[in-house]
Design a protein around this ligand. Structure first.
Ligand SMILES: Nc1ncnc2c1ncn2[C@@H]1O[C@H](COP(=O)(O)OP(=O)(O)OP(=O)(O)O)[C@@H](O)[C@H]1O
Ligand SMILES: [Mg+2]
Length: 606
């Protein structure tokens, strides 16, 4: 059988109205079973050089009634001559049927997923033409954006459906250096173009995205972030005060009682003119909890603790109070936590301003925030991400999704590890809430990781579009395989051998499981950690630089945890900020992450 066929809808194709979707038949259907079909290839075709077009990963079209059914080649086998058929054997292509091209109401050819009409024995089959591939991958649709080209035919652009990508969450997975971050830039740049009303919040652990989005993004660093300590919920506060370690039970209990009291004292300032008349009531009588995001003063918290300690006779309990007060004072006075304390109470209840700033609620042309994490003290990173992630979700929840937000988390396995014994529970829970319920409140998730098997499976399983890049680890591959449909799973065998920029995409946002090349990103938009950038430039190094590096290095690993002994901590009370006045100690910034280069090149630009 060797015929030329034209799809029934070929002449009606929208943008291809004059172009017939016809190709020469190269075989015919010999069996159909569920979503699989086998096609026996013509001997004449196998002798031609066009046979290269028929191999695993490529597509066949089968003309069946009024539609062209699209099949992905998953296997090609040479069948030996049977005893009945003394002729030579034949070649069989096994197909996974993934969708069909059929006419829509206007008569225009359109690709749709799923099969409404299965092929019959004897139906003709042929490799998809460029026009047909175009209908599958490049629909002229306002909801789709162009992210790359088909690996098997780079003349065919691949588009993804932005609505499905966002609303059902997505993940980019692959080993180091394969192009995940570049892929993120390509996808986010496209989203910024077609969804100007969507806010994007990108957690950037290696400070590598600052130059990728031009003036569309604001860059937050520990130097310009304002994240008052009172926005931390109770677990996050404990994590911060105890330097990322589990809190000491006695002290945590004391804190749980004292924080609501400090909050209620602060609330009373607004109703009473004289601060001295404010009563330090028991937490039993306040309606605030340790989690209520309302302001309080750290000095009030210390006052409450001090007063309670003074009334105690139990020596052991006094010691717990004493240590807790020392801990809080040390933390509060440490320059590296200035972003939590400087100006924390300036302007009273500034939650609205802070949310608007961080999540670009009033975008003013900058709908995106890049949160550079590399300058934060290591022990606080988890609680900062937790606060941000939780606030993103909570704002969506309480505003009924008034300002849709995409929360993109690089190195997601660090914040939501599969092993519940490691990592910070509240960050995992916050990410998990976005993954499970965020869609309803306009909060969407984009995850990036090198180790998908190390992410909490409950979170990754909510990502309906996966971009899988090169990955060699068996456990990672097994996880992806378990998430993929049969057709996609057969393509996953390629994953260990994918090249840089090459990605295997499947799920809601892509028409069918697709092996593609991300677009080439211009060098000036390629994500690059600032340190890596320097090593490749004409950067010269002298002893002064090395000393500066060592200073930064040491200060980054200096703990705020001090050994609290029985003597009361020495605290310069005279420098305590007045009520509601800025805690403006500008010297603090000097010890934060400093620029290395006095000539203008600097790390962590803000
Ligand atoms: N789409 C692209 N366009 C141009 N160059 C690319 C692209 N993707 C990857 N590259 C090249 O590969 C390098 C590594 O890419 P990228 O930083 O995106 O990898 P990665 O997977 O994020 O790595 P890591 O896991 O270490 O963060 C880039 O510096 C760039 O040279
Ligand atoms: Mg990267």
């Amino acid at each position: 059988m060797d015929t030329t066929f034209t799809t029934a809808i070929g002449s009606g194709a929208r943008s291809h109205s004059q172009a017939p979707l016809s190709v020469s038949s190269v075989g015919y259907v010999t069996s159909v079973s569920g979503a699989q079909a086998s096609v026996e290839l013509n001997a004449s075709f196998l002798n031609s050089c066009a046979k290269r077009k028929v191999t695993v990963g490529k597509f066949f079209g089968i003309v069946s009634g009024s539609s062209t059914i699209i099949g992905l080649i998953t296997e090609i086998v040479e069948q030996a001559a049977s005893s009945q058929n003394k002729d030579q054997g034949c070649s069989i292509a096994r197909l996974e049927l993934v969708g069909e091209i059929r006419a829509d109401a206007t008569g225009a050819a359109q690709f749709q997923r799923g099969i409404s009409e299965y092929p019959s024995i004897g139906d003709s089959a042929a490799p998809l033409s460029d026009l047909q591939l175009g209908l599958v991958y490049s629909p002229s649709d306002a909801k789709t954006v162009h992210i790359g080209a088909l690996q098997q035919d780079i003349s065919v652009n691949v588009h993804i459906n932005i609505e499905d990508l966002l609303t059902k969450h997505f993940a980019l997975l692959g080993t180091t250096g394969v192009g995940k971050s570049s892929g993120v830039v390509i996808i986010l740049q496209q989203i910024l173009m077609v969804r100007p009303n969507l806010r994007i919040f990108l957690v950037d652990p290696h400070n590598e995205y600052s130059h990728c989005f031009g003036d569309k993004a604001q860059i937050l660093t520990p130097r310009n972030l304002r994240l008052p300590f009172w926005l931390f919920n109770f677990e996050e506060t404990v994590d911060a005060f105890f330097g990322g370690r589990p809190g000491i039970e006695e002290e945590v209990e004391i804190l749980a009682e004292a924080i609501p009291v400090a909050k209620s004292m602060y609330a009373q300032y607004h109703s009473l003119a004289d601060r001295n008349t404010v009563k330090k009531r028991d937490s039993k009588y306040t309606s605030f909890t340790g989690d209520t995001p309302v302001p309080y003063r750290i000095e009030d918290l210390i006052d409450v603790l001090d007063e309670r300690m003074g009334k105690l006779e139990n020596r052991a309990l006094r010691s717990a109070y004493h240590k807790l007060i020392g801990r809080i004072r040390t933390f509060r006075n440490h320059p590296r936590y200035a972003f939590m304390f400087d100006n924390a109470n300036l302007g009273g209840d500034t939650m609205a301003d802070i949310l608007a700033e961080i999540f670009r609620l009033l975008p003013n042309g900058r709908p995106m925030t890049i949160m550079q994490m590399a300058g934060f003290p290591a022990e606080i990173v988890d609680s900062v991400v937790s606060v941000l992630c939780r606030m993103a979700f909570d704002f969506g929840l309480w505003s009924d999704g008034i300002a849709p937000l995409l929360f993109v988390c690089e190195e997601a396995h660090r914040y939501a590890p599969a092993n519940s014994k490691v990592g910070f529970g509240p960050t995992r829970r916050a990410l998990s809430r976005i993954a499970k319920e965020g869609r309803k409140y306009g909060v969407f998730l984009g995850l990036v990781t090198q180790r998908p098997s190390e992410i909490d499976p409950a979170i990754i399983s909510q990502c309906s579009t996966l971009f899988v890049m090169r990955m060699a680890n068996d456990r990672d591959q097994a996880l992806i395989r378990s998430a993929a449909s049969d057709a996609a799973a057969s393509l996953l065998t390629f994953v260990p051998s994918l090249g840089t920029r090459e990605v295997f995409a499947f799920g809601s946002a892509v028409a069918i499981p697709t092996r593609l090349m991300f677009k080439e990103l211009p060098v000036e938009h390629q994500p690059n950690s600032e340190a890596a950038g320097k090593s490749s430039s004409n950067w010269t190094i002298d002893k002064r630089h090395i000393e500066q590096v060592i200073e930064r290095w040491r200060s980054s690993t200096m703990s705020h945890r001090v050994i609290v002994d029985e003597d009361p901590p020495v605290v310069p009370t005279a420098s305590e900020p007045p009520l509601l006045a800025p805690a403006s100690d500008h010297q603090r910034f000097k010890t934060l992450r400093k620029p290395l280069d006095s000539s203008g090149a600097r790390f962590g630009s803000s």
